[in-house]
Design a protein around this ligand. Structure first.
Ligand SMILES: C[S@@+](CC[C@H](N)C(=O)[O-])C[C@H]1O[C@@H](n2cnc3c(N)ncnc32)[C@H](O)[C@@H]1O
Length: 280
């Protein structure tokens, strides 16, 4: 461990206030930092070779994780705090003893997204005003698992809030994410369509849309998923080249959006595996 900062035992310490400000979007923008909570996110930061800005942990956590304390290049020294101070900093009810701060992902990823659109391998997940942080985090995790190139978000929940970061299991740190207004998203989708992407609207079965497995998902694709309550906005539906559904019983009107996204986003992998097995 480099340096030996003194144990912080008072919740009135300025560090607590600085870190609590990162619970809100304004604090994150002003400080240009994200607050990450828990051992798993710390491990993801390490795995991705990213460098935290601050590392804060209880002494008990440090004793239990000697493997994670080994200094990585350019990492700051560990700041020990009491369990009470850590609880005051964290947003979770039962924090596991460690939090860190990190600069938000840079715009480089977005350039990569645009290049990938031209490269013909694009799989974009497009979210229209997703409100629930748990849904958003789950969707970003699924998109990363499915090999998505990027996520484009029209308004909705902030993907960099602690709850989304946790629900995404760190996918927010790896997947290029763009977020803007719906008109900006429409303009982006028009450019994506001009570059050869098929825009696919996803709708409940009552829409009469065709089963999703009938579509050729191996083409460069943008999957459009709608808001939890209102579904996909009519102007986004109007831009789509195809309308697909996951057929299910009428006992429910629709699926949870994060549940629906899994078969849709993973269908490309299934179709590719099937073609390979058939020797095509
Ligand atoms: C909870 S649903 C919204 C329901 C809304 N009342 C509607 O009519 O669209 C949220 C989103 O999940 C996706 N979704 C839900 N069930 C689906 C299904 N069976 N097939 C395809 N997409 C679905 C769609 O993107 C939908 O906009």
């Amino acid at each position: 461990m480099r340096g030996h900062p003194e144990l912080i035992s008072s919740r009135r310490n300025p560090l607590v206030r600085q870190l609590r400000e990162l619970h809100g979007g304004r604090g994150r923008r002003e400080q240009a930092l994200l607050l990450l909570e828990g051992t798993h996110l710390l491990q993801e930061v390490r795995r991705l070779g990213q460098v935290p800005h601050q590392l804060i942990a209880t002494e008990a956590w440090q004793l239990a994780h000697p493997d994670l304390l080994a200094p990585a290049p350019h990492w700051p020294p560990w700041q020990p705090v009491t369990a009470e101070v850590l609880a005051a900093i964290a947003t979770t009810e039962h924090p596991d003893g460690v939090v860190l701060t990190l600069a938000p992902p840079s715009a480089e990823g977005l350039e990569h997204t645009l290049l990938a659109v031209g490269a013909g391998e694009a799989l974009l997940m497009v979210l229209d005003g997703l409100q629930d942080p748990g849904n958003l985090g789950t969707l970003l995790r699924t998109a990363l698992a499915a090999g998505a190139t990027a996520a484009w978000l029209a308004e909705g929940a902030d993907p960099f809030q602690p709850k989304v970061l946790r629900a995404s299991a760190g996918a927010v740190l790896e997947l290029p994410i763009w977020r803007g207004s719906r008109p900006e998203l429409l303009a982006r989708l028009e450019r994506a369509a001009a570059a050869g992407l098929q825009l696919v609207a996803t709708l409940p079965p009552s829409s009469g849309a065709r089963p999703y497995w009938e579509l050729d998902w191996c083409r460069p694709t943008a999957v459009l998923l709608g808001n939890e309550g209102a579904g996909l906005a009519p102007e986004l539906q109007a831009h789509a080249h195809a309308r697909v559904t996951i057929p299910h019983r009428e006992a429910v009107e629709s699926l949870n959006v994060a549940v629906a996204a899994a078969p849709l986003l993973l269908e490309r992998q299934r179709q590719r595996a099937q073609s390979k097995a058939a020797g095509r």
